[in-house]
Design a protein around this ligand. Structure first.
Ligand SMILES: Cc1cc2nc3c(=O)[nH]c(=O)nc-3n(C[C@H](O)[C@H](O)[C@H](O)COP(=O)(O)OP(=O)(O)OC[C@H]3O[C@@H](n4cnc5c(N)ncnc54)[C@H](O)[C@@H]3O)c2cc1C
Length: 396
């Protein structure tokens, strides 16, 4: 694996995280998932070593790095066979949004816990009737005295059962224009009226997905990220909710790219190991170009996707949100596609063993598709690039 674009610190971080991942390995995750649990031991150890909060500000217990460092952590854990999907959500989206836009109280309340792993936060934007079109979300917050009352539904929200709270994207009415605009609320797991039902997925993953109902959920004023209405609606904070959302969505895409890269590398490594030794004629199967070339191609595609991810992370950490937005979308696209193809080729390389529980690769076929669908589908990224980058007209 090439690391020419990374500093010595980055390379040291990669090596240290890879060593941690190797100690747990795929067998650990398979056991945890089989028992219906969560990789709590790995989560806690990664947190203790400073990996989960590596992107969060030092003054709140984080490592003072950026999404560049956090993406290295997730990629390497994934490459060792034990990705932590909640890293995409808790430190990357929620941690970033709170660090950049939270009030001092919100930062103090959440960031140290997100960094040391003692607290976790889920993120809920997707709605059943809006899907990819987040402009159509209808979860609405209205003022009631000093409180907020939230009503709405969310779907496919990961990790709500283990998260202390969910960062919910809703809408409030703009006091000036009357238009609805996005706002982010911290909803505690046990808030009255906040219901969840488990969605049974055909995914072998530790993180569960939930449909959420918000039925007159009453929240105090300080549940709104960034503070009270004066901040959200005032001139300075006119587009506060939208800015917050984009601040969280770029890290989400970059981290999904890291998730996909890790998984793709894990699958490819298994296939290469197998192709080196499996012999059914006189040479190992890896000597046949029909086996070797697709694996070489998968490796090239993963490397290219990593370059795009590094570019996106670099732009994001340098504070260039608009350029990071485009690069993060492209990185997510490239990594998702590279992952799907690497996993497919890996399963094929193992022949019948590609479908056995012993080798455990077939379940990645479904898992790899997550990176193509979420958090934004392949088609929506192609739409984005068609319109925003190429300036082509829009059909929807
Ligand atoms: C495992 C998993 C975990 C998830 N975790 C979370 C989470 O923690 N929080 C959260 O908020 N969400 C989460 N999601 C939801 C995810 O972000 C959505 O599934 C995704 O945004 C797609 O929305 P949808 O499923 O409603 O598909 P739809 O929007 O219904 O799209 C269906 C298909 O139509 C295509 N399509 C739609 N519109 C267009 C168009 N204009 N042009 C071309 N094609 C189009 C899409 O590309 C897709 O292939 C998760 C999903 C999964 C599978």
């Amino acid at each position: 694996m090439s690391t020419v674009l990374e500093t010595e610190e980055h390379q040291a971080l990669r090596a240290a995280v890879a060593a941690l991942g190797k100690r747990y390995g795929r067998a650990y995750l398979t056991r945890v998932v089989g028992a219906g649990g969560h990789p709590e031991e790995l989560w806690a150890e990664a947190a203790k070593l400073g990996y989960l909060g590596v992107n969060l500000p030092e003054e709140y217990g984080g490592g003072g790095g950026g999404i560049g460092e956090l993406s290295i952590v997730l990629e390497e854990l994934g490459a060792a066979g034990c990705p932590l999907l909640m890293m995409v959500v808790s430190p990357a989206i929620c941690g970033t949004v709170i660090a950049r836009f939270g009030t001092e109280e919100q930062k103090r309340a959440w960031l140290p816990g997100l960094a040391d792993g003692s607290r976790t936060m889920a993120f809920g934007i997707t709605e059943p009737d809006a899907g990819s079109n987040s402009h159509r979300i209808t979860t609405t917050a209205r003022k009631d005295g000093g409180d907020w009352i939230l009503n709405g539904r969310k779907v496919f929200i990961s990790g709500v059962d283990i998260a202390d709270a969910t960062l919910v994207v809703g809408r409030t009415e703009d006091a000036r224009t009357g238009r609805l605009k996005p706002c982010l609320f911290i909803v505690p797991r046990d808030a009255p009226g906040f219901g969840r039902s488990h969605i049974r997925m055909e995914l072998a993953a530790a993180e569960k997905q939930f449909e959420l109902t918000l039925d007159d959920v009453r929240l105090p004023a300080d549940a709104l990220v960034g503070g009270g209405p004066s901040h959200a609606f005032g001139s300075g904070g006119e587009d506060a909710g939208l800015l917050q959302l984009f601040a969280g969505l770029n890290p989400e895409r970059i981290m999904t790219a890291a998730f996909a890269l890790g998984m793709g590398r894990y699958a490819l490594d298994r296939a290469v190991d197998y192709a080196r030794t499996r012999q059914v004629w006189k040479e190992p199967i890896g000597a046949h170009q029909a086996v070797a070339h697709p694996l070489a191609q998968a490796h090239i595609e993963l490397e290219l996707a990593r370059l795009m991810m590094q570019k996106a992370a670099h732009l994001y950490d340098a504070g260039d949100d608009p350029a990071a937005g485009e690069a993060a979308n492209m990185a997510k696209y490239a990594a998702g596609e590279a992952c799907v193809r690497a996993v497919d080729q890996a399963v094929h390389t193992l022949g019948g063993n590609g479908l056995t529980a012993e080798y455990g690769l077939a379940s990645l076929v479904t898992a790899a598709r997550v990176a193509r669908i979420a958090p934004v589908s392949r088609e929506m990224i192609l739409n984005f690039v068609s319109h925003q980058t190429l300036g082509l007209p829009k059909s929807y």
